[in-house]
Design a binder for this molecule. Structure first.
Ligand SMILES: [Zn+2]
Ligand SMILES: [Zn+2]
Length: 204
């Protein structure tokens, strides 16, 4: 199970498809069009700002608006909580900033494109891989990450808890399977809480 930030454009008609497919596969996915679970407008539409051409001063004022800051903070907390970013093409400058930020943090970024053709970009070499094949993308996403339980997604800072067994620990040297997922009895115990520090609001 990966925590995925899908970075894309409001104009990308495939964004909802990709979010649904990843969720069906059991991943936690951040959908920027529903940052708190409810459908939202593009923040610029809410402020009557032209997406493509806006006076610099008007833009500077808008960036200080509390609504804009709030939306930014929500995206930023999802980026911080995610372990994987999928840059879904075609998309614009915000999505590319998000992908670059994730790569800079040492997190996985996969570039995905439903189309046969793509605009070549040298700096995509910052990212882990590029494909337009959904099976390949899903395979990459499934690859376990050291320090993250491949079943529940817990980490040392965000462990699982069971009243009888306490907090989980690693069962393997690669640190990809936690004790509370490896033990069937604990895994199926309704009192087991996986990832105790998960912010339920970030990933729906
Ligand atoms: Zn686990
Ligand atoms: Zn665990």
């Amino acid at each position: 199970m990966a925590r995925i930030y899908v970075a894309s454009s409001w104009r990308n008609e495939k964004q909802q498809d990709l979010v649904s497919i990843l969720r069906e596969k059991g991943h936690k996915v951040y959908d920027f069009t529903r940052p708190d679970g409810e459908p939202k407008n593009n923040v610029w539409d809410d402020m009557n700002i032209n997406h493509d051409n806006c006076a610099t001063e008007q833009f500077a004022d808008a960036m200080a608006n509390p609504e804009v800051e709030k939306r930014f903070e929500t995206h930023l907390s999802a980026l911080t909580a995610a372990d994987t970013c999928i840059l879904l093409l075609p998309c614009g400058n915000s999505a590319h900033s998000e992908a670059g930020f994730m790569a800079g943090l040492g997190k996985r970024v996969f570039v995905f494109n439903y189309n046969k053709e793509v605009k070549p970009e040298l700096m995509y070499l910052l990212y882990e891989g590029y494909t337009n094949n959904m099976d390949t993308l899903l395979q990459w996403v499934e690859e376990p990450i050291q320090g993250i339980c491949k079943v529940c997604g817990c980490t040392e800072d965000n462990p699982c808890f069971n009243p009888k067994h306490g907090y989980c620990s690693w069962t393997d040297e690669t640190m990809t399977l936690c004790s509370h997922c490896a033990n069937k009895e604990i895994a199926e115990d309704p009192e087991t809480i996986h990832c105790v520090n998960d912010d339920a609001d970030v990933f729906k």
